[in-house]
Design a protein around this ligand. Structure first.
Ligand code: GDP
Ligand code: MN
Length: 383
């Protein structure tokens, strides 16, 4: 799970990691009154979207007066930001963080993440922090012994590699605070880029990104409350409310499946035949027919699909229950696109009968390969 920069900064602040002074605004209407509370000489206006790389996409603006700050807020608000981390459809800016501008002497990159190869946390730093970090080649890392944390010699080694030998103690203290946060909140990534050194020589976290382990959210009640459903696409948000897994992609073939494994196998097969999927909706294992009905209604709102492929293996989810939901979801609707169904498993005959009796015009296929080929023949007739 991701959170916004302003939320990540409030977590840093709790552990005494310095961040710039600032306030969040959620609408342009608040801008005037919030600016009245802030008496900064210079401002930084920062779009709050999930996805880094905002600086280069125009989502970070520096303003040298209150008037300029107001102009920047108006220009960023409602804007669609497309960055390498947002995907091609980008994100609409709704919330903005107004901060006091820091005079930067040096920008450092620092991140703590889980190293999946070593099964341990690790810390990574670069003296070339800032917006060009992707191009940076100069990285230093240390493996963290989770039961111990960073050893002092590792902290010193990192400080040296950053040219911070003068600030050894302060830097070690900062690393320890960041690691404490990382562990305490079950994070999978805690990234501060840039960590700035300001004119007075102090460290200050100018940007912060934290993501959390979804499997630990049950014991991180406060963190799960920070989730911002507005960051989801409207259909994704609707599916999220129904605890359905709907993932938006950008091809032509819609997929309705049960189970993540079957979803992956179906998508792989489609892609191996040269097709592209619009989305996939995984109704999960034990869905009720009402849930299936909602799932199909949500999926049919995705107007980009040229064909829908339903691939269901009825196990815990019985075929008759699925069929009931499907029929209710598609009833009274002009479907408008071909719907191909490959249907197997428990209570299959009852399921098929329910669908046939409903008069729905579906294209039946027996094997996964045939159903995928059939779907492709509608989208790419020349292939
Ligand atoms: P990102 O592009 O989404 O990672 O957004 P950041 O919050 O990292 O901001 C991008 C860049 O804007 C930073 O690398 C800084 O160079 C610059 N920036 C952000 N805040 C300040 C600030 O307070 N003062 C100055 N001078 N630059 C800032
Ligand atoms: Mn950044």
């Amino acid at each position: 799970m991701f959170i916004h920069e302003y939320q990540a900064k409030s977590i840093l602040l709790r552990e005494d990691v310095p961040v710039p002074d600032g306030k969040l605004i959620e609408t342009v209407n608040e801008a005037d009154s919030v600016l009245n509370l802030l008496h900064f000489k210079n401002y930084v206006i920062k779009a709050q979207i999930h996805g880094g790389g905002r600086g280069k996409a125009g989502g970070i603006k520096i303003a040298n007066s209150r008037e300029e700050a107001l102009e920047s807020i108006i220009s960023i608000s409602g804007k669609r930001l497309i960055t390498p981390q947002t995907g091609p459809s980008g994100r609409i800016v709704k919330k903005m963080l107004i901060e006091e501008k820091v005079n930067i002497i040096k920008e450092i990159y620092i991140a703590i993440a889980i190293d999946r190869k070593r099964f341990s946390p690790m810390v990574m730093v670069s003296p070339e922090g800032g917006i060009d970090i992707e191009k940076g080649k100069l990285f230093f890392e240390e493996e963290i012994t989770s039961a111990v944390g960073l050893y002092p010699f590792q902290e010193r080694r990192l400080a040296y590699s950053l040219g911070l030998e003068e600030k050894m103690n302060e830097f070690s203290g900062l690393l320890e605070k960041l690691y404490r946060i990382f562990i305490k909140y079950d994070s999978t990534l805690l990234e501060v880029n840039p960590l700035a050194i300001d004119k007075s020589g102090k460290f200050i976290a100018l940007d912060a990104k934290i993501s959390f382990d979804d499997n630990a959210l049950f014991r991180q009640k406060e963190i799960s409350g920070l989730y911002d459903p507005e960051e989801l696409d409207p259909l994704e948000a609707e599916a999220y409310k129904e605890s359905l897994n709907y993932v938006k992609m950008d091809g032509d073939i819609g997929c309705l499946v049960n189970g993540a494994g079957l979803a992956m196998a179906t998508i792989d097969l489609i892609e191996s035949y040269g097709g592209r999927v619009t989305n996939f909706l995984d109704v999960g294992g034990g869905a009720s027919s009402e849930k299936i009905e909602k799932a199909i209604k949500i999926l049919m709102k995705d107007r980009r699909m040229k064909v829908l492929l339903i691939n269901i293996f009825g196990g815990i989810l019985r075929c008759d229950r699925f069929a009931e939901g499907l029929v209710n979801g598609l009833r009274d609707k002009r479907i408008g696109i071909p719907v191909i169904i490959r249907f197997k498993g428990t209570m299959i005959e009852e399921g098929k009968r329910l669908i046939r009796d409903s008069g729905l015009n579906l294209i039946w296929e027996d094997s996964m390969e045939d159903s995928v080929r059939m779907a492709l023949s509608y989208v790419y007739p020349d292939k």
